[in-house]
Design a protein. Structure first.
Length: 265
């Protein structure tokens, strides 16, 4: 039996996708780009971590809005390669705006969405600083994703103030936290040469859980904290140790309908 061969055009497309994947210094998330997997920086442990994070907070967020993000405009801050932006699109969001300060991440996100043939009218990725968000240029967003960002900056109140100018309803925060019970910000040093870290300042603030509640309330949000309840904490050791938490903050949506274990401080 004659072996089936790919048409020349298909082989060229396949080679081009793999070449583009390989051209990037690092991939934080794993994407399936038409059969080509991007190499997540921490391997299988990282893949499992992000899948469980999705189950922990992203899926409950979609359920909170009736099982779909249809009709929603989503702003993804510190969007990296667009992992959460893509999840929002797949959940039916009308439009997703990603913002990141690193050109590599913007290039990756555009490559991912173009390869997966997402309607270009449903998304945009722009290079920019999260402290320079312009409501007139960007518009208003029903949902703002602040995932893995808050603990990489040293002006959290200013960031939340800027977010509040753009956000009409839900703010989703996933952040490393200091485990102390009081409300304060702990100074942490992190190298700026790691693409996962801060860009312009090596000193950043890690909030306590109480501080997140206090800061979001300052800008008119009602906030609840998700209680981690994983069957398996592989790749999620920081959640088990109390060093990372997820917060739902809302201006309109009733968080009492959230299908997850929550706590209010």
């Amino acid at each position: 039996m004659q072996e089936h061969q790919q048409p020349p055009q298909s082989r060229t497309m396949t080679q081009d996708i793999q070449a583009r994947i390989d051209s990037f210094e690092q991939w934080h998330y794993q994407f399936d780009l038409k059969g080509h997997l991007t190499p997540a920086v921490r391997g299988e442990k990282s893949v499992l971590r992000h899948a469980r994070r999705k189950e922990h907070f992203f899926d409950p967020m979609v359920k909170l809005f009736g099982g779909s993000l249809r009709g929603k405009r989503v702003l993804d801050l510190g969007c990296n390669a667009g992992f959460w932006s893509l999840n929002a699109i797949e959940a039916g969001a009308d439009f997703v705006q990603g913002v990141d300060v690193r050109q590599m991440h913007i290039d990756q996100a555009r490559f991912v969405f173009e390869t997966l043939e997402v309607d270009p009218g449903r998304y945009d990725f722009s290079l920019g600083n999260v402290f320079d968000l312009d409501p007139e240029a960007l518009g208003q967003f029903d949902i703002v994703l602040c995932l893995g960002l808050l603990y990489h900056i040293n002006r959290p109140i200013e960031l939340l103030q800027n977010i509040a100018r753009l956000n009409t309803d839900l703010l989703l925060i996933d952040t490393a936290v200091d485990s102390a019970p009081q409300s304060f910000l702990r100074i942490v040093h992190e190298p700026t040469d790691d693409p996962r870290n801060a860009v312009d300042q090596e000193l950043v603030f890690w909030p306590t859980c109480k501080a997140v509640f206090d800061m979001t309330r300052l800008f008119g949000y009602q906030t609840v904290m998700l209680v981690p309840d994983f069957d398996d904490y592989t790749g999620l050791e920081d959640f088990r140790a109390g060093g990372r938490r997820v917060f739902f903050s809302a201006r309109q949506t009733d968080l009492g309908r959230l299908a997850a274990k929550t706590e209010v401080l």
